[in-house]
Design a binder for this molecule. Structure first.
Ligand code: AKG
Length: 312
């Protein structure tokens, strides 16, 4: 069955909103994730793996057969993103691996590829950030225009402005800031609360481990400690109960929490104040281990006359 991609469109609050960004949680099952991770680890290729061929510096693909363990995934993604106008099938999969603290500099993927990027994340969560393209090039220390937290097994799809007008990259950090540029931040926070109270439900929701707060005595989400399980101080039971209701709704409905849900989750963060009453909370997403990303895309020009060894 083809995915209804529109259901997974992320809508951030201005000024962080970015058109044509979609996040599909649990695009693959935990078993599929394990099997893909095994195949990636077994591959003779190192840190960066090219499957389906290699992209020549002159801007075309020197094709090679897609391995049988990747073909079904490439086919499925092709079908699911077809409504975005990426005519033709995905013919290339680039696999990157990251340990905590590793990232990828801001860059853009065009114009060699069909203008739709699909990234499947396996392993540790992380945050991908988008910066406005500048004439000078690079992100030049500017704050991100928008960001998306990527849970394991999720598929990120972006096109439009996110593809044409922005660079994307991953910071070299061991903890991701879950700041306001993270357009799925609210559902992340709600899901983290759910996890603190009911790990089974959260596991089913595919939520990733988000912990906070760093500045005050309030909830260390994801690390149950207090009587209500959220680790917070007085009043945390109410916060957690509210957030659980929110998270359950968000999980059941769409990946983006409803306005009411978002408000409650936001209230939870606002409740995290220091002794002087000032808001000090800053939620973070720990990079818990190795992450693999599979960038599945179509290279527009394929060199038919020249093939890599092993290609038919
Ligand atoms: O690892 C990621 O999520 C991003 C990968 C990427 O941007 C690339 O390979 O061009």
């Amino acid at each position: 069955m083809v995915l209804d991609l529109e259901r997974f469109r992320l809508r951030g609050a201005p000024p962080y909103d970015l058109s044509d960004v979609y996040l599909v949680p649990d695009y693959v099952s935990p078993l599929e994730e394990q099997s893909l991770a095994r195949q990636i680890s077994a591959s003779q290729q190192a840190w960066v793996q090219n499957h389906g061929g290699v992209v020549h510096s002159k801007g075309f693909l020197l094709p090679a057969p897609m391995p049988s363990w990747l073909s079904p995934l490439a086919g499925r993604v092709t079908g699911d993103v077809a409504p975005l106008g990426a005519a033709g099938g995905a013919n290339h999969v680039l696999i990157n691996s990251y340990r905590p603290g590793e990232g990828i500099l801001p860059h853009s993927d065009g114009p060699l590829y069909a203008p739709v990027v699909c990234i499947l994340s396996l392993g540790s969560p992380c945050v991908i950030r988008f910066w406005e393209k500048r004439e000078e090039g690079g992100a030049g220390g500017l704050p991100p225009r928008s960001s998306v937290a990527l849970p394991p097994r999720s598929l990120l799809v972006f096109a439009g402005d996110a593809y044409e007008k922005c660079l994307h990259g991953i910071e070299e950090v061991t903890e991701e800031r879950l700041d306001h540029s993270v357009i799925n931040r609210r559902s992340c926070l709600a899901a983290a609360c759910l996890r603190a109270v009911d790990p089974t439900a959260a596991a089913l929701s595919g939520s990733s481990g988000i912990s906070g707060d760093r500045g005050s005595s309030a909830a260390a989400l994801g690390q149950p400690a207090g009587p209500c399980g959220c680790g917070g101080g007085a009043g945390c039971s109410d916060q957690v109960r509210a957030a659980v209701a929110v998270a359950a709704d968000a999980v059941a409905a769409t990946p983006a929490a409803s306005a009411e849900a978002a408000g409650l989750a936001e209230g939870l963060q606002a409740g995290a104040t220091g002794g002087n009453g000032q808001q000090t909370s800053e939620y973070v997403l720990p990079r818990t281990g190795e992450r693999f990303s599979l960038t599945i895309r179509r290279v527009l020009k394929v060199h038919r006359g020249l093939r890599l060894p092993g290609a038919k």
